[in-house]
Design a protein around this ligand. Sequence first.
Ligand code: TUI
Length: 318
Amino acid sequence: MRPNRVTSLLGVEYPVLQGGMAWVATAELAAAVSNGGGLGMIGAGNMPPDVLDQELKKIKELTDKRFGLNIMLLSPTADDAIELAAQHRVPVVTTGAGSPGKVIERLKPLGTVVIPVVASVALAQRVERQGADAVVAEGTESGGHVGEMTTMVLVPLVADAVEIPVIAAGGISDGRGVAAAFALGAEGVQMGTRFVCAAESTVHEAYKREILKARDRSTVVTGYTTGHPVRCIKNKLTQKFQEMERAGALPSDLEELGTGRLRAAVKDGDVVWGSVMAGQSAALVKSIQPAAEIIREIFSEAEDVIRNLQQLLAPVKA
Ligand code: TUI
């Protein structure tokens, strides 16, 4: 893989970021991804500030490579995460689930590379004006909180609409996805679900098993009526959520049903009543592998795909 704008912006060998998944994206997983040549991310999620401080100290012991922090803007602790990113001089910050104006304002002057995750062209253009260094264009195939646009359509639209580099996310779990992302105009990829199944990922074994078992229609989006749609692997919790939404339940009752469920799935392995967030590409994840091997494999597959396409699409010589 040749260096490009994303590898130089991130200071990494391969243009791949690990998604900043709450509860899942710990210092252990992030360090493994960074040590494997990608950009590992700690997911601040709803972490109390003292826990996040410990994670940031831990990752500096586990890797001397560059890493990032994802700040979930809906979190009540988002402001604390911004201050900790500043204190620890975190090299790269991504944001999700909101408009990142205050993150850019606070962290850009310190030299932090700020990369908002966006699910629309309008937000991509707004964050570019505000000074973002790149954007992650995340399609609805992703796990967790999702927008409506597919990766296939969102990525080229965003690539046409902004000058800053575009990183594709949503539905990418193998080398074919990486090659496709580059064909759509992206210069890098972000993967979440595939890294949940990294050997170094600290999620409960039962959670990993759910991803390995997943097929094409194993995930579902619930929560459209709350304004915070979330993609998870189907289980009793998603069924109950759908029933309540169909019955016209109050958003506050739905929020209550969801509280603490991600932790239950990730930490306790409650894959029946927990929130098993995963993208559609769970169906493409076949094995538990070290993060470094995942990275090497997907880029080697992508090279093969592109070489074959060159043969397939080359003009027929006279
Ligand atoms: O943020 C994510 N994925 C997430 S966050 C999360 S925790 C959560 N749990 C329950 C409810 C809500 C969140 C789990 N997964 N991905 C990045 C992402 N950002 N996807 C979509 C968006 C997004 C959506 C709307 C970004 C901005 C936005 O509107 C901002 C605006 O003001 O225009």
